[in-house]
Design a protein around this ligand. Sequence first.
Ligand SMILES: [Zn+2]
Ligand SMILES: [Zn+2]
Length: 371
Amino acid sequence: MNKPPIIWTNVILFSSTLLAALILVPWYQVTYGFDAFVIIAAVASLFFCGLSITAGYHRLWSHRTYQAHWSVRLFFAIGGAFALQNSALHWSSDHRVHHKFVDINDKDPYSAKRGFWFSHIGWMLRHYNHEQYDDYSNCRDLQRDPIVMWQHKHYLALTLITNIGFALLVGWLSGQMLASFIAVGITRLVLSHHFTFFINSWAHMWGSQPYTDKNTAKDNALLAVFTHGEGYHNFHHIFESDYRNGIKWYHYDPTKWLIKTLSWLGLATNLRKTPQQKIEQAQLAMILKRSTQRLDLRHDAEEMKQKLHAEYEILVTKLNEFYTLKKRLFEVKKRKALKDYDKLQLVKQLKELQQSFEQQRQAWLMLANHT
Ligand SMILES: [Zn+2]
Ligand SMILES: [Zn+2]
């Protein structure tokens, strides 16, 4: 089969910036040494680019996990152009196709099943899916956002202004034009590119799958460090409308922290969260699936399998009872609809249910882990 034609602009852009960074950074460091101001400015611009992609392009525009004030959208539109990853409209359109057809090689634009190279960068080096290149019919909602359309229309000018402008600004402020050109101009761009590309390659190859194994997406705590929290990709692919990717307090997810902070400032609203009940159901279902698969390999395990499934049914019932009552209590408290005495009774009942659910969970996990 003939390969589609090469996109030379992209090949030259990606290879020349990477090569320049690899040569110029050590050379400059050995010859002159970067000063702290330039390094801090480069790291700050790396965060500006990265967070504009993760909090803006990804969680705001592609998945609509929250709504943002126009000033925040403008900020992300400028940072996204600075990151040089195409317009928000184009990026989101590709990304929605990725989620809809994940791992289907001829539909997912960066299918990880086509290998590391293809999903990381190869998909941008040739005219794959050329016919649908500017079909944005899956982003009609974004076409109503004037900031998205403004950025799309002036994308090229914005990328030039930001990429040249920020490097010049830092160069002027520090009095070190060449250092700024190397650190803020080139190296920041290369790192920002590859850190984002890792989400399509690495996050679909290495890591754990606590929530689903229906696609290749993985959770990877190390990757989260490079990608402003996007390393929890297994969670993200099953619960894509959630503004969080790392859901535990100790998960490194600065994108989530930024969105939450914006909401405290009144600049972000309608932050969407998956109900905890659904998250736990998904996790337990995965554990059940893995234990059953292990038991399938044993011929004497039919009885064990039945027990595992029966106890699982009890566990899920208890889980649902607990969360239903929790929700009821929350609503009752909100509407101030009950007398104190009845509320206390409900709290007591909830505690009992929680205890019984936790006990059943411990016992069941022991059973599942010993299969
Ligand atoms: Zn996504
Ligand atoms: Zn993905």
